[in-house]
Design a protein around this ligand. Structure first.
Ligand code: OGA
Ligand code: MN
Length: 196
């Protein structure tokens, strides 16, 4: 990944959309992992943390947190670790760790406008989303709409096409996943600082 370019964009606009930052072979492996095959790995996404955690009508995805003991998951985590170290050298965000999950949205599902920095998640600094949809077409929907901080103006709309990755400052950009009319696969993740 081009750390210099990513750092520059994060400092100047707070987000960057990368066309295909990862190797094809890794993307293919991640795509295979992002399937709800044995019905125990994925579970309905919840909103909030700890005691405040609850099933939400806001989002319709099922998720699975990446598992460092799986080779494919580990390969992705290793890429993101390199990104974390690179960003810490160039933009001084003090990123401490990274957590991420596969997400699958079924037909007719989306995620209402929200911020990734909610009560109990104040340590989330940077959001990343990697899309794993081969042959995505506009009628499939499921675009990510990113708003400026007030939530009133659209900053960018991202098509969830295979290999595309967006990185943005978690606190600065409310965002929404438009209703998907096809199965929609992704990996959502957060670089965090240590602390509460
Ligand atoms: C999230 C999220 C965006 C996307 O999981 O918090 O906003 O495009 N995902 O999948
Ligand atoms: Mn989000």
């Amino acid at each position: 990944m081009d750390i210099a370019k990513i750092s520059y964009q994060l400092e100047h606009s707070g987000y960057i959309v990368l066309a295909k930052p990862l190797a094809e072979g890794l993307l293919a492996d991640l795509f295979v992992r992002c399937h709800d095959d044995n019905s125990t790995r994925f579970h309905a996404a919840q909103v909030g943390r700890g005691a405040g955690k609850q099933l939400s009508g806001m989002r319709g995805d099922v998720i699975n947190w990446l598992d460092a003991s799986n080779d494919t998951d580990q390969a992705y985590l290793a890429c993101m670790e390199l990104l974390r170290l690179g960003l810490n050298e160039s933009v001084f965000l003090g990123l401490f760790d990274y957590e991420c999950h596969y997400a699958i949205y079924g037909e007719g599902e989306g995620y209402a406008k929200h911020s990734d920095v909610l009560q109990g998640q104040k340590n989330r600094i940077l959001t990343t989303v990697l899309y794993l949809n081969e042959d995505w077409h506009a009628p499939d929907g499921g675009e990510l709409v990113v708003f400026e901080a007030s939530g009133k103006t659209v900053v960018t709309t991202v098509n969830p096409t295979f290999g595309t990755m967006i990185i943005f400052l978690s606190e600065s950009f409310p965002h929404e996943v438009l209703l998907s009319r096809a199965t929609r696969r992704s990996i959502a993740g957060w670089f965090r600082v240590s602390g509460s």
